[in-house]
Each structure stands twice: as C-alpha cells, then as structure tokens.
Design a binder for this molecule. Structure first.
Ligand code: COI
Length: 358
C-alpha cells in the first residue's frame, strides 16, 4: 500500500540528555521525523525515520525561490498519559490553504492527521508535562526540483518534526510599530504560512531589538496605520472592557489560537470586535485611560502579554496588574489543551493506543 507508514526506530533515544524542567524553544528535536515525498503527482514513501541531516542538491528550488510552507501545532498529555492534539484538522486545512497559494500540492487531511498522530504516538515520552510546555509539532513542505529557473516545482517533500518546548516568550513583550516596513499587502502571501513571510520580519525584528524592543507590530501596507499582527503572533486589544482584534483581510495570518480565543471569549460573554483598528485609535484609547490589555496569540506564543508599544515618539506602557482577561483566557486554553477541563468544542483529539500504523 502506498500510504503505509514505514517506521525505522532509533537504536538509542536521546531523551535522557534533555532537561525537561528547562526546555529552550525550538532547539531540541525528538528522536524521529515523518517524511513523505510528492512525485509523479502523488504522495508516496510515507516513513518515520531517525532525525538526520537532509541531502539537497544546491539547485533545490526551495532554497532559491522559497516554495516552502509550514504549520505549528502542539500536543499535550493528559493525567491518564493520553497524548492530545489541538485542532489538528484546522492545521491540515490551513497547511493546504498555504499550499494552494504557493502553488504546491495539497496533502489529504486524513494523511496529514495520520502522520501527525503516528509521530506523536511514537514520541509520546517526549511530551513535556509541565504547565506552559508542550510537544511542538512542525509540519513543513518544500520544493524538491533541481532547477535554476522560476517555475513551480513538480516534486516536494513533506516532513514533520516534533520538539519538546517551553514558553516562546518568558515575559511580556515590547513591540515597535515601525511604518518603514510592511509584512504583507492584500493579494500577496500574508495569509499563507510561508517561509518568506518570516524572513521578511527578520530585519525589522533585528532593528526593533537593537532599540530595546522584542518584535515588530506590523502596520498595513497601504495606509501604514492599520494594525495587522506581530512577527510571531496575532494581536488582541482590550479597550474599555471590550476585546478588539484586526479583521483578517487577506494580509493577516488566520491564527488557530486567534480563532479559539474569539470562540472562548464569546462563550464567556465577552464581546469580541473583529474589525480594522488603527494605531491612532489605540493611542487615543491609551491617552483616555481605556487601553487595559494587549496580548498576542499563536501556537508557539499561546497568549503573550504586551508590556510596551512604541510608535514614532509615543510610548504606550501597559500596567501588568490589568492583565486579567488575557490571563483568564490563557489558563482556559492551557487547561483545555491538557485535558483538565471538558472540551465542548471537539478541539482536543486524543491519540488512543488503538490507532495503528497501517
Ligand atoms: C507558531 O506559532 O507555531 C508559529 O509558527 C510561529 C513561529 C514564529 C514560531
């Protein structure tokens, strides 16, 4: 069968060398990775193998033209030791939306979820149990054709890595809204989770860091006024008790954590205003004493509070004692994700032992 996942296990696990009480984000890979190749118009050779270096031809098109997309997901483990995935089908759908935009083949949702399930099942012992930690799952796909010319590749590789991770941000973040840079314009690739979007954030992020800020707060490409997202997460504002988040208008990533927060807040009785919002409105709200909280959301970042926003000469300083709603929603998401509270949404998908490799 073409869609059988063949498994080759490591001879000796590296897990003993990991300090699970002190896990840096993004640096520790688990023992195995999933790989599939797209050739002759279909996905084939599905396999789980020990993590090892890839061998790529220097004319590999992904290296030259960036036909490369990824997802970020997390697995937790409940008190009975059952691994739990969070909204895997949403990630499969978003991966495919990115693939379509970047002229890459889609991955059957069933194959995507089965691959994630099998790798997490095999790497179950790598799932950290500490609150705020998780097994980060990084599915990604890139062009494999060898050609120095701009054209869609005909062959691709799909890989899933898993990494035990702690929090992405350890403290509230400081943001710089810098109108010299833009992340995406409507009609561009801002909605796709493609590598180049993150490459584009690196110079502004470096410059923000040199000035004592952690990240860029992106403004829209046309007016340089409308707030879009942060380099690593979507953004929410609490103004006079109401939650506002920018409308995803084609230039903003459709965050799955963002979507979960909107649903949870709505069910908790909070009004969430999904609409365009400008930096001027934010400053006015701050000056009127009505800006209570700003927080980012993302799979990696979960919910990360913002302590400071700078725009031109204006500095907005947020008072940590007001970070009430963000803390409440963060706790709720963490409890849902690790199975401590009931999930009425069908978001949390347990990986039962009975799921077999087929
Ligand atoms: C995620 O939140 O999973 C992302 O992909 C963002 C990345 C910057 C870590």
């Amino acid at each position: 069968m073409k869609d059988t996942i063949n498994i080759t296990q490591v001879k000796e696990s590296r897990i003993g060398s990991v300090d699970f009480d002190n896990i840096p984000f993004g640096k520790i890979l688990s023992d195995h990775m999933f790989i599939a190749d797209f050739k002759d118009g279909e996905w084939q050779d599905l396999r789980i193998v020990p993590v090892e270096n890839l061998s790529l031809n220097p004319a590999n098109m992904a290296l030259h033209y960036g036909q490369s997309i990824f997802e970020g997901m997390k697995a937790s483990i409940n008190s009975e030791g059952v691994p739990l995935l969070f909204r895997p089908e949403m990630h499969a759908k978003r991966m495919n939306a990115s693939a379509s935009r970047m002229c890459m083949p889609t991955i059957p949702e069933e194959m995507f979820i089965r691959a994630v399930t099998e790798i997490v099942k095999l790497e179950k012992n790598w799932i950290p149990t500490k609150v705020g930690s998780a097994l980060y799952i990084r599915p990604f796909m890139f062009a494999m054709d060898e050609f120095i010319g701009v054209a869609p590749s005909a062959t691709f590789r799909f890989i899933i890595l898993t990494l035990p991770v702690g929090p992405y941000y350890n403290k509230p973040v400081k943001l710089l809204a810098d109108e010299r840079f833009v992340r995406a314009a409507k009609g561009g690739v801002g909605e796709a989770k493609t590598a180049g979007n993150y490459a584009a954030s690196m110079l502004p992020m470096k410059m923000a860091r040199e000035n004592g800020y952690d990240q860029i707060l992106w403004l829209d490409a046309r007016y340089r006024k409308f707030l879009q997202e942060v380099g690593t997460m979507n953004i929410f504002f609490v103004i006079d008790g109401k939650v506002v988040t920018p409308l995803t208008d084609g230039a903003i990533l459709k965050g799955i954590t963002r979507d979960s927060i909107i649903t949870l807040l709505g069910d908790m009785g909070y009004e969430v205003d999904i609409r365009p919002i400008t930096i001027d409105e934010l400053i006015d709200a701050y000056d009127a004493g009505m800006l209570q909280e700003v927080f980012g959301s993302g799979t990696a970042a979960v919910i990360s509070n913002v302590s400071t926003i700078k725009y031109k000469d204006k500095v907005i300083e947020l008072d940590e004692s007001n970070f009430v709603l963000s803390q409440m929603i963060k706790e709720k998401i963490n409890l849902l994700r690790n199975g401590t509270i009931e999930d009425p949404y069908g978001w949390v998908v347990p990986i039962e032992e009975s799921v077999s490799v087929s």
